[in-house]
Structures are given as structure tokens and as C-alpha cells.
Design a protein around this ligand. Sequence first.
Ligand code: GLU
Length: 458
Amino acid sequence: MSQVRVRFAPSPTGFFHIGSARTALFNWLYAKHTGGQFILRVEDTDKERNTDEALKVLMEGMRWLGLDWDEGPEIGGDYGPYFQSQRQSIYDSYLEILKNKGRIYEKDGAQWFKLEGERYLEYDDFKKAEVEKVHNTPVIIDDAVRGRVERTEDRDFVIIRSNGEPVFHFVNVVDDIAMGITHVIRGEDHLSNTSKHVELFKALDAEPPVFAHIPLILKESGPGKMSKRDKGALIEDYAARGFVSEALRNYICLLGWNPKDEEEKMTIERIIERFDFDGINKGNARFDETKLASLNADYIRELPLEELIDLAMPVLSEAQCVDSSVNVDYLKSVFLLCQPKMKSLETLAEYVDYFFKEDFEFDPKASARIKKGEDAKQLLNEVLAVFEDKTIYVSEDLEAELKQIAESMGRKLFAYFPVLRLATSGRSGGPDLLPMLSVMGPDRVKARLNAFLKGTDF
Ligand code: GLU
């Protein structure tokens, strides 16, 4: 077989919807899997909506997801231009071919594509008039996902509107022919257009590509497609929320494709190796925020420290948790400590703010519980010296000394932990306590313990 050439052919709208991203991703995966070419073609015939800004959102989203294209805007290629708005002369020449074959006629200012077959009149209930129909042979589509689909086109259709604008069906097919597209992978909503497209391919003496129509993405609950208003629908939001792009990409792969015998968390190399049409489901996919969040958490925990910090810094400075004056070594040690328990970057500022701020909040529930329990002041006073007389904290040393005190007082070691944690972080939970105190270091810890002891609301 000749080299695979697939394309993603969006009409930029100003949003990069997860459904479009999935179409782009499946095309990209198929190109990578087969060693083919992935083309980005911009279907920008609607001039109102197709602004530069809209294109920018789309290209940034694709690049963020790592979906680089082999031909298209900013890259070029042998089959350009890659904007439909710049391909008018190509459409004119294909229209000429159809005209020469007697397949075009004009009616009401529009150019119609004429089907082959005998004509007859039939009463149309909707139009309340007789309309001309065509006895036409059915179009058979061997869809790589849906299987065999049969559909008969029995009415001529417009391919150039009376205002001169070409219709989607025509330009889409012309471009697929002119760009040598071998496989059309697109949303199932286009399946109903495909018989028209096949008629055009035939009329232009071109072999139709292989079609693969991929299932819809339903919203998290209830019926209906995921719309741009649904939470989680827009790729640009995920970047702003600090998602790991590889995690989102991994998740989108699973929206309609199923590796069956494998873990769902897979490297992109593994997905490329496994990706094929037979793994694409016929049934609709459903967006599942919990699954995405847990996949994202897995990726966060595995990120190299430097990458995690790069991803987290904008989120933390946005939340005014850190600024550029932060000590980098301290920042690294905090991240090293907290990474194994991180769930998302959206909740990160909340999770780590007390490492960086002295005016952290005390959780009222934890405060009330601990102050009400065994004499918290007494407990702290028993162990204060352990923290006072050191210039560096090593968690094993702290543990050994605290254990000794605990034994001499007839207590368990853990008796001291809740109040130590509360006094130094304002919380009842977080990273392991003694490693946490050793990361915070003596200056911070001593100051906090003393401030807590002096606190008037004890
Ligand atoms: N511009 C069309 C869309 O965004 C392309 C359809 C196709 O892939 O053929 O839905």
C-alpha cells in the first residue's frame, strides 16, 4: 500500500473541543502507527468565524497535546495551501472537470451536482410539492469502524451556493483528492455525509479513501454529546488548570479506543504501537472526569521533579503562594516531599501553602479537636527541647529522641504528632510529619511552635 496520508480538517471556532482533539489525536496516532503523514488542513470557508485568534487556540492546543503535523500551517508542504480560503483556483478547476463531464447544472443561481440515474417525480410532504428524484444505485461504505454502511443518494445537491461560496461537501472531497488523503478519520456525525462524498469521488474518477467514523463523546451524565459548555470540554482550560498534557492525551486516547488487554495508563509509544481501527469502539464514549483526574494524578506523581516544578510554578504564583524570590532548594525539597501525595495542581496551592506562608490558616475543626483533647500545651512543652536545640533536622534523629521522651512519659510516640502538625501547618493531615518538619527546617519550625504556645486562644 502507498504511504498513509491522513488529515485533521477543523473549522476553527475559537475553542478546541475535546471531540476535535480526539479526532486530531486518532489521525495523528494512525499516521504514527503506519509511518504515514499527518496533515493539518484548515476548513476556513466561513469567514466570520475563522479568525487568526481561533486558529491560534487550535494550534496551541494541538502543540500542547504533542500533536505535531507533518504538513499544514506554519510548516508548509507539497500539497498546500493548507487553508481552504486560499484554494479557490483548485476548486474552480475541479468544478470545470465536473462541468465538462456534464455533471453540473445551474438552478436558482446555485451550481448543482447531478447524480446519475433515471429521474422521476415524487410528492414531498415537507415541501408540499412534487420533487425530482433519481433512481440511483446505493453507495456502499466499508467503514473501518462501523462496518458496511449502505446509503442511496437520490437527490441532486448544491455544491456552489448562489453567492459563489463552495459547499463543505465539495471542497472537502476536492481537498482529500488533491492532497492524496488515503484515510478519513472523523466524527460519526459525518457518516451521513459520506454517501454524497463518495458520489463526488466517483464523478471525479478518484478512488474514495478508507473511511473510519469514530463514536461520539457523551457528556459525563445524561444523554447528549459533550458540548463546549460542559466542564472539561475545552483543551485550553486543561492547560490553565495545570493538567499534565500527557495525562490528558492518554485519557483522550481511551475515549472510543480500547486496548482491551492492557492497563489504561500507557506511554504514547505503546499506544502508537497498539493503535488501530479494530480497537475503536462502535458505541459512544462517555466523558469520565474521575477517571481523568486519577490518570492525571498518576502522571503528576511520576513527573521528573524539574518538570513538576515548571508546571506548578504558574499555579502557585497565581495563588500568591510563592513568588520568584522563593529559595529554589527549599522549593525542590517541598516538592520532593509532597509529590507522592499530590492529586492535582488545582489543589496544590491549598496543599502546600503553609510551607511558604507564615499567615497560613488553622483548620478550625482540627484546632478544636486537638485543643479539646489531652493538654496540647503540655504535650508540646514535653518535646519542645528536641526542636529547640538543633540547627538541622534529620527525621530519624527527631524520631529517636521523641520516642525516648514518649517512653519516659509513658506515652505512644504518635501522641505528639497531631499537635506538632497543627502548630506547624494548621492542618490535621499532609505529608509524613517528621520528614515535613525536617524540610521546613529549624527556623520555621521553632518560630511556629513558639507562636502556637503563646497563642491566646489555647
Ligand atoms: N471541517 C469538518 C469538521 O470540522 C471536517 C470534516 C472531515 O473531517 O471531513 O467537522
